[in-house]
Design a protein around this ligand. Structure first.
Ligand code: AKG
Ligand code: FE2
Length: 440
């Protein structure tokens, strides 16, 4: 949240420290603006004027995260102005003598103390405001909840994260960016996907605010741990998920895969589903374990080979075979910034933040509930120097991006309600491909 305090007109003379606020506003104005990458066309078939549209800066009145201004404290009463109005004739001065000067001195001291106090309060307010600021102060909406996007794509320069990995020409990102579309998945498909998530997660659920269900590996949050639902519930699972559910899942994956391929100008056949691909359910319950901490800034892809690989941590989760049949701390899943014992990041990290899923080349999210209707908070935020760009979830909205550190991101804490989504990840490396889930 931004507290771009600006003194009320006229208050400058009353509280002479208003320069503090002015300096802050000026500092903000001087801050290097976010690099605005050139927009490029996305889904050109979907209609003129919509592909490649640029992010519209959020207006001050646009919503809860719009920069807010607060007026400076009211002018102090009884300050120098009142003093100056007092009679200053020699006669009265002589009459009052020393005894008249003393209270004036005292008043001056009080006024000085008052001004200092107001300055301190203002400085404190500014400091507090900057600490609570939404990352770097400026927030722009990349995809608003009220918009229905046929396709919006923003190109960003690729990071060098891909250089340390085997390249697959025609697939590994040469062109990086992020896209959002409300035209890939229908409302009905989103509703049915959500009902798959609901019934699966109803079998378990984290004690903290964040639960996952991975239909590939079978990982399901239960309490403070995870179980392999295929083993834990055995054949009963077949009564929970139907063949139609798995068909829908495959169809949704296929559509998202094609949308990504089209946006990045690559062949859909070169993309492979990878792990972890999972449903998430987030509510405002306080985190109980590191697995519930979904809100940290992170990069989805491992940057440097040779560093601790998150894939190793996740292998247990994503290969159902090594998951124990009962809840266990071993073989756990954790959110993108899973922490090891002692609170240290368990995963490889860069100067910009922890990094996570090594095999990801393209990350996508399909949202299954609506921001501000089903839940508050929980917006997806791309973090950039000087500006953040948010995606406000909408049921059926697909957001996708190249997984390197050009797309550092986080999810805001969910404040109320329940947020459903599915993370669907793609790799260019066939060795990291996983199959669609199926009824066995
Ligand atoms: O749910 C979201 O919006 C993003 C989740 C995410 O960043 C992740 O799974 O890596
Ligand atoms: Fe992520």
């Amino acid at each position: 949240m931004v507290l771009g305090a600006r003194p009320a007109p006229g208050s400058r003379s009353a509280v002479d420290c208003s320069g503090l606020a002015a300096a802050r506003v000026e500092r903000r104005a001087r801050r290097p603006r976010a690099r605005v990458p050139p927009a490029s066309l996305f889904l050109p078939r979907l209609g003129p004027g919509l592909g490649g549209s640029r992010v519209r800066p959020r207006s001050a009145a646009a919503g809860p995260m719009a920069p807010q201004r607060r007026g400076a404290p009211k002018a102090l009463e009884g300050s120098g102005g009142a003093d100056r109005r007092r009679p200053t004739s020699a006669g009265s001065f002589l009459l009052s003598g020393k005894s008249g000067r003393a209270p004036r001195e005292a008043r001056r001291k009080w006024v000085r103390a008052g001004v200092l106090g107001a300055c301190a309060a203002l400085a404190g307010l500014l400091l507090w405001g900057s600490q609570g600021a939404d990352d770097d102060g400026v927030t722009e909406v990349l995809a608003g909840r009220g918009e229905i996007l046929a396709g919006r794509f923003i190109e960003v320069p690729c990071s060098d994260d891909y250089d340390g990995h085997r390249r697959f020409e025609g697939c590994s990102p040469r062109r990086c960016g992020r896209g959002v579309s409300d035209a890939v998945i229908t409302q009905e498909e989103a509703r049915r996907m959500r009902s798959i998530a609901e019934k699966g997660l109803a079998l378990g659920g984290s004690d903290g605010g964040a639960s996952i269900l991975d239909l590939h590996s079978g990982a399901l949050s239960v309490g403070k741990h995870f179980v392999n639902l295929y083993r834990y519930f055995g054949e009963k699972v077949q009564n929970v998920f139907s063949e139609e559910d798995f068909q829908l899942y495959r169809e949704v994956r296929r559509k998202v895969q094609h949308a990504i391929a089209q946006a990045f100008g690559i062949s859909a056949a070169a993309l492979h589903l990878t792990k972890p691909t999972f449903f998430s359910r987030i509510n405002s319950t306080a985190a109980r374990t590191a697995h519930d901490e979904y809100w940290h800034a992170h990069v989805d892809k491992v940057v440097t080979p040779g560093r601790p690989r998150p894939a190793a941590d996740r292998r247990a989760l994503t290969s159902g075979a090594s998951l124990p049949p009962v809840p266990s701390e071993r073989g756990h899943a954790c959110w993108a910034t899973c922490r090891g014992s002692g609170g240290r990041p368990r995963l490889a990290s860069t100067a910009r933040g922890p990094v996570t899923y090594g095999s990801f080349d393209y990350t996508s999210l399909l949202y299954l509930s609506d921001y501000l209707h089903d839940f508050g908070g929980g917006r997806f935020v791309f973090l950039e120097d000087g500006a953040n760009r948010t995606v406000e979830p909408r049921a059926g909205r697909v957001s996708f991006f190249t997984s390197g550190s050009e797309n550092l991101h986080r999810v805001e804490k969910v404040r109320w309600g329940t947020r459903y989504a599915i993370t669907i990840a793609f790799t260019c490396n066939p060795d990291h491909a996983i199959a669609d889930p199926a009824v066995t």
